[in-house]
Each structure stands twice: as structure tokens, then as C-alpha cells.
Design a protein around this ligand. Structure first.
Ligand SMILES: Nc1nc2c(c(=O)[nH]1)N[C@H]1C(S)=C(S)[C@@H](COP(=O)(O)O)O[C@H]1N2
Ligand SMILES: [Mo]
Length: 420
């Protein structure tokens, strides 16, 4: 343990007042007001005049304009950057389409749908092309799953904890219901040659992003998605068609898909060699990791919020997900990991999708460290930061999935801390 870890531990032990703080069930007090039991004499303005017009496409209330994706893009490299889902402002599990995170390598192409085609070629018996009209005739499926960038949460590799709101450090992950054609149907129609083991996917953006995908995954649960939460894909999320590979890291979910070329080996493109690959402490490299490992995050209370008034009952709430399957358990600690209590999982718990968890917490005004720890159905347990750094070394940039710690001060302020 380094000095700062020992210091935070010591500070915690000095300040913690434990005992019965977390309970699976508590009898809820009443938060409602008992002072305003009559309406004011005057009707509110909005009841005295006719309401607003119909709208062709609805927008959130003007009072919700602060709920936005936060953009971090380098102006020196136009079109390259990300925007983050404000996970801390959302509840439930579905990410609204206008708030799905974005990662573009060279901007959002302005594709005219009836001029776009998808080509399937390479090691197939019969190369095929598909336009939007032909795709609409295929059987479609819907499934809810998350997509997470391999670079999500990568500020966790820094030596000091960044003080960003939950979504603006961990929101390169979103969860949507995708509808489209199972890739298996299209590939089998083209006829897969026995030597084919990989597919090279290419996007129709100015980056012409390309990446190698094991054929096995495409024949398993991959989808050519055309719809996102019931409407056509948003341009920024791949309009008019994208790959969705449930549970596999963002980069493989190629947007604006224009080609799948079947091959016998990977192409060794930029994004599977210099990126998304990491040097380990023993000198070997981790490559083609594909799966997003289990992860969880307390979204409320979280940094940027406060525990406003007095000590009392607060609802701890957050999200858990795993690229290997269903979340089977989320535990919560309020004392920096010494004691853990199971949170309630809000059903339905879906495979490779966000699961909302919650647990009431009786905060008695004490110094606390809030953490959540996810376990998935394979038995994989989300690691502490210490364990993750020990296994993966200090040169990491991708695939950070450690437990996140929120420090609650006696004043109710919330900070991001390491060392637990
Ligand atoms: N054609 C293309 N596909 C792409 C990208 C891109 O820049 N171009 N970015 C990839 C990366 S790194 C991620 S994390 C996801 C992001 O998907 P989203 O923007 O819909 O959230 O798309 C992937 N597919
Ligand atoms: Mo990504």
C-alpha cells in the first residue's frame, strides 16, 4: 500500500462510526410535507390558460436542460472524441436515444439511407449486398443490452482520483433496446466457407474504421441493428445500420456498417493492435479481450450531489452490468469495504444489460465510504482498484472495471477517493 492509501485508511478508521448503518430493510419514515394541506387560493398560471401545442417530435421539459451528454473532444482533431451519458441524472435502465454516449473517430457521417449498402464478401460462397429495402424484409429480433467503450472509466488508471460526476467519468456506457436482423441469417445466406474464422467489419465514416471480429460471435448473438429504442438509429449511433455485439467492447460494435469481409485471420488494424491492447507487468500483452467484465457504479448519491439536510434515510442506487451474462449480485459497503450488504436487484435482470440496484441507508451524519461490488452469473467478482492495478500494472489505459469509492464527509459532501 502506498502512503496515500494508508492515510485514507487511517482517516477512515478515525472517523468511521459504524454499526447497523446498512440494513436490507428499514421502516421508511414519511418524507412528504404535512404543512401544505390546502392549495393556494390562486390557481397556478398553467391551469388558467390553454396548454401548449402538439409537437411532431417531443423534447424534454425546458426545466431539464441541464441533463446533457458532456463532450470531451480535441478541437485539434475534429470529429475525434467522446460524449458521456449523464448516468448520475438518469434512473431506470434504458438510456434515452438523445443521451446515448458517443465515440467517433472522425465525426458522424451524413448518410443518405437509400444510397447506403452493406457488402458481405471474402470467404463466402456468394458475395451479397443489402440495402435498406431488402433488410426490412428479413426477420428481426429485439434485445436490450449495454454497449461500453473499452476506454470507459480509464481515468481510474491515473494516480489521483478525478473529481468528475459519475456519468462524466463512467458514462461511456449506455443501455438500449436494439432491433435488427441477426447476423447469422445474412452470413448463412452468403454461405460461409469452412476456412472463414474472422470477419473484418468496416464503417462508412470518414475514418473507415475497421476491426476484426471472430466469426463465432457473429453467428451467436450479434445483430445488424436498424432501430434503437423503437426508432431508427440516431445518426451518431450508426444510422442507418450498425453492429451490436452484446457484451463485447464498444469498438467492435461498428457503426454505419458497410462491409463484412470473411477471412481466415484478423487484419491487425490500428484498433486491435496499438489500441485496446495492453502491456502487462510480466511483459506480455493482452490483446483481443473483447468482453466487458462485470462492473457497477453507485449513481446516487454520487459526486456533485450532497446529502442535503439532516442525517436520515437515503436511497443508495446504481447500475451494474456484465459482458458475460446476467448480474447475480450487487453488494454495498458504507465503510470502505469492511462490511457488505446485498442490494436489491430491480428486475427483470437481463443478460448483458444494465441492472438497477438499490438499498436504503440510514446515514447518521458519519464519515462514510460508499462502494458497490458486482458479481455476475459466471461467479466473476468486480475487483478493487488495488487488485486491478496489481494484476494489470500501471500502463493501463483500457478496460478499467474496479470498484468506485465515494467519500461522504460529515458535512454531506461527496468526493471520489482511492484506497479502499
Ligand atoms: N464506423 C465507426 N464505428 C465505430 C466507431 C467509429 O468511430 N466509427 N467507434 C467505435 C467505438 S470506439 C465505440 S466505443 C462505439 C461507440 O458507439 P456509440 O457512439 O453508438 O456509443 O462505436 C464503435 N464503432
Ligand atoms: Mo470505444
Amino acid at each position: 500500500m502506498n502512503d496515500s492509501i494508508i492515510q485514507s485508511r487511517r482517516k477512515f478508521l478515525q472517523k468511521a462510526a459504524l454499526g447497523g448503518a446498512l440494513a436490507g430493510t428499514v421502516s421508511l419514515p414519511v418524507w412528504a410535507n404535512s404543512d401544505k394541506l390546502e392549495f393556494p387560493d390562486d390557481l397556478p398560471e398553467w391551469m388558467r390558460i390553454p396548454g401548449g401545442d402538439f409537437s411532431n417530435y417531443g423534447q424534454p421539459s425546458p426545466h431539464e436542460q441541464q441533463v446533457i451528454r458532456w463532450i470531451s473532444a480535441n478541437p485539434a482533431a475534429p470529429g475525434n472524441g467522446v460524449s458521456w451519458t449523464p448516468l448520475h441524472d438518469l434512473k431506470g435502465t434504458i438510456t434515452p436515444n438523445g443521451l446515448h454516449y458517443e465515440r467517433h473517430h472522425n465525426g458522424v457521417p451524413q448518410i443518405v439511407p437509400d444510397q447506403h449498402i452493406l457488402l458481405i464478401d471474402g470467404l463466402v460462397n456468394k458475395p451479397l449486398s443489402f440495402d435498406m429495402k431488402s433488410l426490412e424484409r428479413y426477420p428481426m429480433v429485439s434485445r436490450t443490452c449495454f454497449i461500453e467503450c473499452g476506454g470507459n472509466s480509464n481515468s481510474g488508471w491515473r494516480s489521483n482520483p478525478i473529481q468528475s460526476q459519475a456519468g462524466y467519468a463512467h458514462g461511456l456506457v449506455s443501455n438500449a433496446e436494439w432491433t435488427g436482423v441477426p447476423l447469422k441469417i445474412l452470413l448463412e445466406e452468403a454461405g460461409i466457407k469452412p476456412t472463414a474464422k474472422w470477419a473484418i467489419a468496416e464503417g462508412a465514416d470518414a475514418a473507415a474504421l475497421n476491426i476484426s471480429i471472430p466469426l463465432e460471435k457473429l453467428l451467436d448473438d450479434a445483430m445488424l441493428a436498424l432501430y434503437q429504442n423503437g426508432e431508427r438509429l440516431r445518426p451518431e449511433n450508426g444510422y442507418p445500420m450498425r453492429l451490436v455485439l452484446p457484451g463485447w467492447e464498444g469498438i467492435l460494435n461498428v457503426k454505419w456498417l458497410r462491409q463484412l469481409r470473411l477471412t481466415d485471420e484478423p487484419i491487425m488494424s490500428r484498433d486491435e493492435t496499438s489500441q485496446y491492447t495492453e502491456l502487462l507487468p510480466d511483459g506480455t500483452a493482452r490483446q483481443f479481450t473483447f468482453v466487458n467484465e462485470a462492473k457497477s457504479l453507485i449513481t446516487s448519491p454520487s459526486l456533485g450531489m450532497m446529502l442535503p439536510d439532516n442525517p436520515g434515510i437515503y436511497q443508495i442506487s446504481g447500475l451494474a452490468w456484465s459482458g458475460r451474462g446476467k448480474i447475480s449480485r450487487v453488494e454495498i459497503s458504507v465503510d470502505g469495504g469492511d462490511n457488505w450488504v446485498d442490494a436489491e436487484l430491480h428486475g427483470p435482470v437481463l443478460d448483458k444489460a444494465f441492472t438497477r440496484f438499490s438499498l436504503p441507508w440510514h446515514w447518521q451524519g458519519e464519515y462514510a465510504i460508499l462502494q458497490s461490488r458486482a458479481t455476475d452469473e459466471t461467479g466473476y467478482v468486480q475487483p478493487t482498484r488495488e487488485v486491478l492495478v496489481e494484476n494489470r500494472g500501471k500502463h493501463g489505459f483500457f478496460h478499467y472495471n474496479a470498484i468506485v469509492s465515494w467519500e461522504i464527509t460529515e458535512e454531506g459532501d461527496i468526493n471520489h477517493v482511492y484506497g479502499f
